[in-house]
Design a protein around this ligand. Structure first.
Ligand code: 6PG
Length: 241
């Protein structure tokens, strides 16, 4: 990681999502020699409004012909299941933009945790044989227990040298597929988008606490590039600085 995580505190989640959309559009801007923009999406509720903004082309349409979308985790359900992270992104964003079919790299939750993780590991290895993919931008969320992706407290995946592992959630759909800290280590930018007073303690534990990453998994995310936190005032309420 290049240094201290950057923090942006907005008055509400809408403002955070608009800032996130601007940052994604800036990061995706075509530059000489760019032949792809690799974007990792998270699940949960926080990114839903961001997906809508990107679908509307706010602040400007992304160069979708260059975009490759990945997921940081997936629930082990079929892609049309209401709990599918892919399904939510498809409904809110991907069905509304001209992304080529080859640009959508879905985690196949229907295969189950072990086979689904193996399949995604093989896909990422094909993309980046030399090591963890240098994702241009990875969008992550934060749970009230400090989890991110499907890396829950005590998860063995936290210490894995492999980019993708099976996981189990203590809440909701148990079977999961998740990127690991190793899988995100090559990312050029990680963006945490977090909202609500229910996350305030987890945000403070992650950014200012001393507890080990095994107890606060978001602390294990240390990419090569920068880490940016987009928070609404409620989620930032317990921060000292
Ligand atoms: C998932 C997500 C997960 C999410 C957090 C926060 O599959 O649920 O990837 O890591 O980002 O649980 O979820 P909310 O944004 O809904 O609070």
């Amino acid at each position: 990681m290049t240094g201290v995580p950057l923090r942006w505190v907005a008055e509400d989640h809408e403002a955070s999502c608009r800032r996130a959309a601007r940052m994604i559009a800036d990061a995706a801007a075509p530059v000489a020699g760019r032949d792809a923009f690799t974007l990792v999406l998270s699940g949960g509720s926080a990114p839903r409004r961001l997906f809508e903004l990107l679908a509307e082309g706010f602040p400007a349409p992304l160069p979708w012909e260059l975009v490759h979308v990945f997921w940081c985790d997936e629930r082990c359900v079929p892609p049309d299941h209401p709990e599918s992270n892919y399904g939510a992104a498809r409904t809110l964003l991907l069905d509304h933009v001209p992304i080529p079919p080859g640009g959508v790299h879905r985690m196949r939750g229907e295969l189950g945790p072990e086979r689904g993780a193996e399949a995604y590991r093989e896909e990422l290895t094909a993309l980046s044989p030399a090591g963890p993919p240098a994702f241009d931008l990875a969008l992550l969320g934060l749970g009230d227990d400090g989890h991110t992706c499907s890396l829950f407290p005590g998860s063995p995946a936290l210490g894995s040298p492999r980019a993708v592992e099976p996981a189990r959630s203590p809440r909701g759909i148990a079977g999961r597929i998740t990127l690991t800290p190793a899988g995100l280590a090559g990312a050029q930018r990680v963006m945490f988008l977090v909202a609500g007073e229910g996350k305030a303690e987890a945000v403070a534990q992650t950014l200012e606490g001393e507890r080990p990453a095994g107890e606060v998994p978001a602390r294990a995310i240390r990419p090569r590039g920068e880490v940016v936190w987009l928070l609404d005032a409620a989620a930032a309420a317990d921060l000292s600085g």
